[in-house]
Design a protein around this ligand. Structure first.
Ligand SMILES: [Ca+2]
Ligand SMILES: [Ca+2]
Ligand SMILES: [Ca+2]
Ligand SMILES: [Ca+2]
Length: 611
């Protein structure tokens, strides 16, 4: 988005999908609820953009087709993250039927690609046919939009292998109706942002890139390729029992497929005594493979030594769309030197071209992942500040502190960093900080409409010098669906935008406060643009979650001469140390769940021991 008037009002929305096809595009026209009122689609190939609303809406389209044609009818909705809001929570789950001129059903589909139905039918005779679209259980709601591809056209249903090593080129087959068999060379495409134009290197923490057909007529819909860190191989059948297990030179990513129901895929790894290996499946995540995998590890005598069905998951507010799944993850420690056998199976009887998985085998070593949201940060007023919530997930006994900072900012922009504390076996559990806030402040002379990229980086702070320092770039997350929990997916880039002030905004006057454990004090904040407003709802969000010492729920505080005094009280049990707070007004915002409104830069709170 370039600077201009379009994003002056409230900054940036989350990322949304927008598909560009090379087929004639149509809009549905109601009434079209039955065959008698079917909407005639004149072009022989088409994309129809429709909506199932209100409840029990049916959309029926009339098309002409010729005997022998391989006719495709396919919905794209789940693929585009179409979902309800308000009282209509949930992904839009469509069903689809192809009827002949007499109204007889020739084919029907429901969940072919994720929740999206796809029909491929050889047309029996020249004539008119009907395609009927509805939501499961006669649902309907304003957000239930869909793109319906119609005609004898190729349609990409998936890719195999469903990924490639970052920075390399791979030979990948796109498959689906009317797609010519054969592999295509597909290369890793570095993400292009305008980061280079502000003199910063272009980082790339993306987990996926997308690929589609561009030759001939196509729906424009793309499919994800997962970007891996290791060399890649494709499983070789037959491998259905232990004696056929292929030896893996690891670290490696194996791309496999459940070709028939009950398919078992065996692999073999050589390990030293006490060597720790990490086995991880990516299937439902990112690729939307319909499988529910199980990993099992056996020794050479056939004894089961370890297994994992689904990763255990902390159901916090952030139920990451591409992070919470039934994909399997397993850390295995070899009890002795030797060969061990890894068996991958599918537990719901699903098989076929889309039943793919990626198995990564690598050394299990202490590590962490950094995610942050929102990915698109609105700053309401030049000179104002916004906060982002950063989450640090620690793996394999990693327990070091992690310093989190904002990088890649253009001149004039400032940010505050934060430290996520590990427990390290010496601190109480309440000190553990899996989430921290960082803030971003626009220059006072920034133009509304300015949009800048940035990145958040986490660096471990090892206590002893034998531990290597680890650096991880944060994955930006987009909130695409909120109910009791937030559903997030990975976003390609983090950006901030300056908007015109949408109301009063706040700045810190007190940069730092020192208090005893059990002590109390105040911090002063300045309010800009309050006009005649006499008070403002204020909340204090703790950049570190180890201590609760101020306004956890919004409370109206008086504004005097443009200043607000905010009370702070440190609980007596608070551990001495440095903490960070940000004061926010809760005018249509809650930065705790990734909906930022104006807030102050981080204010340091130093808690000293009681003398
Ligand atoms: Ca409709
Ligand atoms: Ca209708
Ligand atoms: Ca297989
Ligand atoms: Ca097999």
């Amino acid at each position: 988005m370039s600077s201009g008037t379009r994003c002056e009002r409230s900054g940036l929305t989350n990322f949304a999908h927008f598909v560009v096809s090379s087929l004639p595009e149509h809009l549905e026209a109601e009434p079209n609820n039955d065959i008698a009122h079917a909407q005639r689609i004149e072009s022989s190939t088409a994309v129809v953009n429709g909506r199932i609303n209100p409840l029990a809406d049916l959309d029926v389209f009339r098309v002409s087709a010729k005997a022998g044609q391989k006719f495709v009818a396919a919905i794209a909705a789940h693929a585009l993250d179409v979902h309800g809001q308000g009282k209509s929570y949930g992904n839009a789950d469509f069903s689809l039927e192809l009827l002949d001129a007499s109204g007889r059903t020739l084919a029907a589909a429901e969940d072919t690609i994720g929740f999206d139905p796809l029909i491929e039918q050889t047309i029996p005779a020249d004539g008119d046919y009907f395609v009927r679209v509805q939501l499961l259980n006669y649902g309907g709601f304003p957000e239930a939009v869909y793109r319906l591809t119609l005609g004898a056209v190729p349609y990409v249903a998936g890719a195999f292998p469903p990924g490639l090593q970052r920075g390399t080129e791979a030979s990948i087959e796109l498959f689906g109706p009317s797609i010519t068999a054969g592999k295509r060379a597909i290369g890793f495409s570095p993400l292009v942002t305008n980061a280079a134009s502000i003199g910063q290197p272009t980082p790339d923490a993306r987990l996926v890139q997308y690929v589609t057909l561009l030759d001939g007529n196509h729906s424009g819909l793309d499919v994800p390729l997962v970007l891996g860190s290791h060399s890649e191989i494709i499983e070789a059948e037959p491998n259905n029992d232990r004696s056929q297990a292929a030896l893996l030179a690891w670290p490696v990513c194996v791309n496999g497929r459940f070709d028939q129901s009950g398919d078992a895929d065996w692999y073999r790894v050589k390990l030293d005594a006490q060597q720790k290996v990490w086995l991880e499946i990516v299937a439902q995540r990112f690729v939307r493979s319909p499988v529910d995998t199980l990993i099992q590890v056996y020794d050479a005598t056939g004894k089961l030594l370890g297994e994992n069905d689904d990763e255990s998951f902390d159901p916090g507010y952030e139920s990451y769309h591409d992070f919470k799944t039934t994909d399997s993850k397993l850390q295995f420690t070899a009890p002795a030197a030797g060969e061990f056998f890894v068996k991958v199976t599918e537990q719901s009887g699903i098989s076929g071209p889309r039943a793919v998985y990626r198995l990564t085998v690598e050394e299990a070593r202490p590590d962490f992942r950094v995610t942050h949201f929102p990915d698109a940060v609105p700053i309401w007023g030049p000179g104002s500040t916004s906060a982002m919530l950063v989450r640090i997930d620690r793996f394999v006994n990693f327990d070091d502190d992690v310093e989190v900072s904002v990088e890649g900012l253009p001149a004039g922009w400032t940010s505050s960093s934060a430290t996520s504390l590990g427990i390290k076996g010496i601190r109480p559990f309440t000190t553990y900080q899996p989430k921290v806030f960082v803030t971003l402040t626009a220059p006072a002379d920034a133009q509304p409409g300015t949009c800048i990229p940035f990145r958040i980086v986490g660096r471990s702070r090892p206590e002893n010098t034998t531990t290597a320092k680890i650096e991880r770039e944060a994955i930006p997350l987009t909130l695409f669906y909120t109910s009791d929990t937030g559903y997030f997916r990975a976003s390609p880039v983090a950006r901030a935008a300056v908007a015109k002030p949408q109301g009063p905004w706040v700045d810190a006057v007190t940069p730092e406060l020192t208090l005893n454990a059990g002590g109390s004090g105040t911090i002063q904040i300045k309010v800009h643009g309050a006009g005649d407003v006499q008070s403002m709802p204020i909340v204090v969000n703790l950049a570190t979650n180890g201590v609760a010492c101020a306004l956890m729920t919004p409370q109206p505080l008086p504004i005097k001469d443009g200043l607000v005094e905010v009370p702070v009280k440190v609980p007596p049990e608070t551990q001495p140390g440095t903490y960070y707070m940000t004061v926010a007004q809760t005018w249509r915002s809650d930065i705790r769940i990734g909906m930022p409104g104006p807030c102050t830069p981080l204010i340091k709170l130093i808690v000293t021991p009681v003398k």
